[in-house]
Design a protein around this ligand. Structure first.
Ligand code: KGT
Length: 290
């Protein structure tokens, strides 16, 4: 059992202010008993335009937010998922990179957002994330004392096979730090997050950006923690804050035992993982008895 928290923020183009405000909410979550705390996509920077973004981002070695978050994780003795930092990886591009930080302050995992948000909405909103971001090319899981988690970011949410892959790799909890637009969040956010939880029998932890950012962009907020059965365990409103829920990995095992859709997944073959096969045997035995 671990208490998990999602931090909701309204990041600006002021890196120091974003660090200050996020750190205060992380301390707040820790005071409320959280041992695993996750922050949104682009925790360090929501910039207005490419030039502004490149001017305010650094290589991983020189980024000022990362050592501060590592020190904070160590000070509080918590697992910290920094949903993403914009990290400069070339003269013209950044990575949209998640960092998992251990209670010792070590970087336990990194994940670069794979799917980039190049989208034109009917209302004229236009996004070209690939103008400033170099996409990642591999799925990432990480082992925590309470189980294996799978890392994703924002628009990845619309690619269910990534979540399937992470579940088949043993993840019982999926992280989806986001800066979902207000427009698409209203229409799709809850449904997509609950679907990823239900279809994979996994907890979903989705810390979100909210409010109005420097470029006039509006994000949806409504950070969400979803159970492996698809229940909303905690939900934020549209303001900065903290939400919490207790995570019991047994709930994932129980959901997968009742509905062994991961085992029945012909695309991935049957029973190639011992614990999934076990869940299926458990389910078949219970059916026989019933
Ligand atoms: O641009 C930045 O500075 C930070 N990056 C983001 O906010 C990213 C890319 S624009 N946002 C999303 O992926 C929203 C996805 C979304 O809203 C959907 O899938 O509908």
């Amino acid at each position: 059992m671990i208490r998990a928290a999602c931090i909701q923020i309204c990041a600006s183009d002021d890196v120091a202010a974003n660090l200050r405000e996020t750190s205060a909410l992380i301390r707040d979550a820790h005071r409320q008993g959280a041992g695993f705390i996750a922050t949104p996509e682009n925790t360090n920077l929501m910039a207005a335009g490419k030039a502004a973004k490149l001017e305010k981002t650094f290589s991983e070695a020189d980024d000022p937010s990362l050592p501060a978050f590592r020190a904070l994780a160590e000070e509080l003795g918590v697992w910290l998922l920094i949903g993403s930092l914009a990290i400069k990886v070339s003269e013209t591009k950044t990575a949209n990179r998640s960092f998992l930080i251990s209670p010792q302050g070590a970087i336990a995992a990194r994940y670069d957002k794979i799917h980039l948000y190049d989208v034109d909405l009917a209302n004229g909103e236009r996004y070209r994330e690939s103008n400033t971001v170099a996409g990642g090319d591999r799925a990432v899981t990480a082992d925590l004392p309470f189980g294996r988690i799978g890392l994703t970011v924002c628009y990845d949410l619309r690619f269910p096979h990534l979540y399937r892959t992470l579940a088949h790799q043993g993840a019982f909890l999926l992280t989806v730090p986001a800066a979902f637009t207000e427009t698409t969040g209203k229409a799709h956010w809850h449904v997509l997050l609950r679907a990823r939880a239900i279809e994979n029998g996994a907890f979903v932890l989705a810390p979100a950006q909210c409010g109005i950012h420097p470029n006039g962009r509006r994000t949806y907020g409504h950070s969400l923690i979803v159970s492996p059965w698809g229940e909303i365990l905690a939900e934020a409103d549209d303001k900065p804050g903290v939400i919490l829920a207790d995570i019991d990995p047994a709930r994932s095992a129980a959901a997968r035992a009742q509905i062994p859709s991961l085992c029945h997944d012909r695309a991935f073959g049957l029973g190639d993982r011992a614990d999934l096969a076990e869940a299926q045997v458990w389910a078949e035995n219970s059916r026989d008895k019933g």
